[in-house]
Design a binder for this molecule. Structure first.
Ligand code: DGL
Length: 261
């Protein structure tokens, strides 16, 4: 079976990996968290692009035959360069789901919560430009959310304060749909639903991304899959948080390691 590399600045990509475990449980996964450098969201585009290329090269050097860029920021800043450098490898990226959100919204007002880097990127703004006639988008950088999520304490009172600060103006402007444009944010979905209720539709594109992965790399046999968690900072903590945050990894073979990439 092919090995599939998945990377993010930290634990955010676990929201994508969890979906991969659900839809493609027989694959063997290498998850790489660049936690020593998280968050990426306020770094320069050039830095994110060059770091993403390094992480991707490392995964390919570990015999991965496909890579999931499980980070909106890295996808926005680097996916074209990654695909150019590794044309022989399927590279799957993730973008904020503004298209499905525009289709779903009744009020035609959609909030988009993502990193500053994603919101400023050419890629995101080009996508936004294709939808502007149909819908109004209220964008907001989720400054401060990622470092709090990285601690794994999803009950941290500051998370609640930041979500209220960022999402209330969207709801007051009549947005009925919220796009989670960062792979860390799906872990906040229960808190967002608790704070804003079921009338705010939350869009998270992990399932669509993994569907695309399965189209490109279908499972050919059924067996228990494996996962190795690599961290540039603390692999034991990464493995613990993965256990805590993910729902679909019960029967697989798990190991973890610190790496200098
Ligand atoms: N999880 C990443 C994303 O989807 C990166 C967040 C960050 O490191 O700031 O954008």
């Amino acid at each position: 079976m092919p090995k599939i590399g998945v990377f993010d600045s930290g634990i955010g990509g676990l929201s994508i990996l969890d979906e991969a475990f659900l839809q493609a449980p027989s694959h063997d996964y290498l998850y790489l968290a660049d936690s020593v450098n998280a968050p990426y969201g306020e770094q320069s585009s050039a830095w994110v692009a060059s770091r993403s290329l390094q992480l991707c090269s490392w995964l390919i050097s570990q015999s991965c035959s496909a890579v999931v860029v499980a980070c909106n920021t890295a996808t926005a800043q680097a996916i074209d360069q990654i695909r150019k450098k590794f044309p022989q490898i399927p590279i799957i990226g993730i973008e904020p789901g503004i298209k499905p959100a525009a289709a779903l919204s009744q009020t035609k007002k959609v909030g988009v919560l993502a990193t500053a880097s994603t919101l400023q990127s050419e890629k995101f703004n080009a996508l936004l430009a294709t939808l502007l006639g149909d819908c109004e988008f209220i964008t907001q950088a989720g400054v401060g959310l990622v470092p709090l999520i990285e601690t794994g304490d999803l009950q941290h009172p500051q998370l609640e304060q930041l979500l209220i600060q960022y999402i209330t103006p969207m709801v007051q402007a009549n947005a009925d749909t919220l796009v989670l444009g960062c792979t860390h944010y799906p872990f906040l979905e229960p808190l967002i639903q608790k704070l804003f209720g079921p009338n705010l539709h939350v869009i998270n594109t992990s399932s669509a991304v993994i569907k695309q992965m399965c189209r490109l790399i279908p499972e050919t046999i059924s067996k228990p899959g494996s996962v190795t968690y690599y961290s540039t900072q603390n692999s034991a903590q990464l493995e613990t948080l993965a256990k805590q945050l993910m729902s679909h990894q019960r029967t697989r073979l798990v190991s973890s390691e610190i790496v200098a990439v």
